[in-house]
Design a protein around this ligand. Structure first.
Ligand code: P1T
Length: 399
């Protein structure tokens, strides 16, 4: 029996949702590659008809992430316990948007992964007529101003990508339900991971991950996972996952299952390295400002202490200088590789204005503070001394 409710997260990453394979007793779920399953008579089968609809390897991953997010959905209510895996984080996001209807009003955090904002404002505003209102949801008063009785969905990221804003999930849930008791509350929990933050415990309906990032953690799979709070929502998302079909393949599910087992030990090192690096950068003369929720001068620091069990591995900072000096810094790094994505064992550096957030209109980037001298670090799990030496050397190149 491995599904005990009282397991801590560090045990859940290994045992959550997992059980020996029933035919052979294999300790791990095999990679079930079959596209289809043989039926004894029409409609007579073992619960598996076609892999888009049901796949045992995908189920194993879905159950594990559902267990980590502490959903109340049971396997008796839903075969994968309220978790749903998709081909990418964007596929997961797109499927969740299908829960609301043509022309509906939604409110979203102003600072979001560039691709999420692009899907909202450049695709679904046109194709679904969604009426999207962006606001700074790290300020409860801003949210209260835009939350109306006809708002059907609220989309939060916290910490946000790349400004590291922290939103108060419990306060947002309270304000939102006072405005419309039936509003759907969605939190993109990619930066925090379920080890540090569990939105369902704060009254949210849906928590979502780009599992490409920390959950898998090894830069070798693109994927997304959604976990819902109750059986009624599970039924709706299960229908959409199958009807739309942007599902995660069995090999990717297996790889992610393998990666997730070390999530707890990886996060410990990510946190430690990022905390050290944020202090190092803060005291460096070539750095103008550091955004990391673990720093006491971060506006969301106290809230992050309450809401999260760790500050995470993402650090954003501003070089004292212009695009040219920022490029010089990026070019001088040796360990931090210049690449999009985040949350993997190797340290990455990203220039949001030109890379991950290039699709955000320049005026919006300026409003949000995503400038040419902004650098985002995904701090890996290498030896922290080597990482600090790498940053120190590259910052020295600015002199
Ligand atoms: O890349 P994909 O698996 O489709 O996930 C999209 C996504 C969703 N939500 C957040 C918070 C994200 O950061 C991402 C992807 N982000 C990057 C690729 C990046 O470098 O920021």
């Amino acid at each position: 029996m491995t599904d005990a409710d009282d397991m801590r997260s560090g045990t859940r990453v290994i045992h959550g949702g997992q059980r020996p394979e029933p035919v052979t007793g294999a300790i791990l779920p095999p990679i079930f590659t079959a596209a289809t399953y043989v039926q004894e008579a029409p409609g007579q089968h073992k619960g598996f008809e076609y892999t888009r609809s049901h796949n045992p390897t995908r189920y194993a991953l879905e159950r594990k992430v559902a267990a980590l997010e502490r959903t109340s959905v049971t396997e008796a209510e839903d075969p994968s316990g309220g978790g749903f895996a998709f081909a990418s984080g964007m596929a997961a996001t797109g499927t969740v948007l299908e829960l609301i209807d043509r022309g509906d009003r939604m409110v979203a955090m102003d600072d979001l992964y560039g691709g999420t904002r692009r899907l909202f404002s450049q695709v679904r505003q046109r194709s679904q007529g969604l009426d999207v209102h962006f606001a700074d949801l790290s300020v409860n008063e801003r949210f209260a101003e835009v939350m109306t009785a006809d708002t059907r969905l609220v989309w939060v990221e916290t910490p946000t990508n790349p400004m590291m804003k922290i939103a108060d999930l419990a306060a947002i849930a309270e304000i939102a339900r006072a405005g419309n008791p039936d509003v759907l509350l969605v939190c993109d929990n990619t930066f925090a991971t379920p080890l540090h933050q569990r939105p369902l415990e704060h009254g949210f309906d849906i928590t979502l991950h780009s599992s490409t990032k920390y959950l898998n953690g090894h830069s070798d799979v693109v994927g997304g996972v959604v976990v819902v709070k109750n059986a009624a929502l599970a039924e709706r998302v299960r229908f959409l996952q199958n009807a739309i079909g942007s599902v995660m393949g069995p090999f990717d599910a297996y790889m992610t299952l393998r990666g997730i087992k070390t999530l707890d030990v990886r996060m410990e090192r990510h946190n430690r390295n990022a905390e050290r690096i944020s202090h190092f950068l803060e005291s460096h003369e070539a750095v103008e400002r550091v955004l990391y929720p673990g720093l006491t001068d971060h506006p969301g620091h106290q809230l992050a202490r309450r809401q999260m069990d760790g500050f995470g591995g993402m650090v954003t900072f501003f070089i004292r200088g212009d695009l040219e000096s920022t490029n010089r810094f990026l070019g001088a790094l040796r360990l931090f590789q210049l690449a999009e994505s985040l949350g993997a064992v190797e340290s990455l550096v990203n220039h949001p204005a030109i890379m991950t957030h290039a699709s955000v209109p320049a005026a919006t980037r300026a409003e949000l503070g995503i400038s040419d001298s902004m650098v985002r670090l995904s701090v890996g799990i290498e030896d922290g001394d080597d990482l600090i030496e790498d940053l120190d050397r590259a910052l020295a190149a600015l002199k």
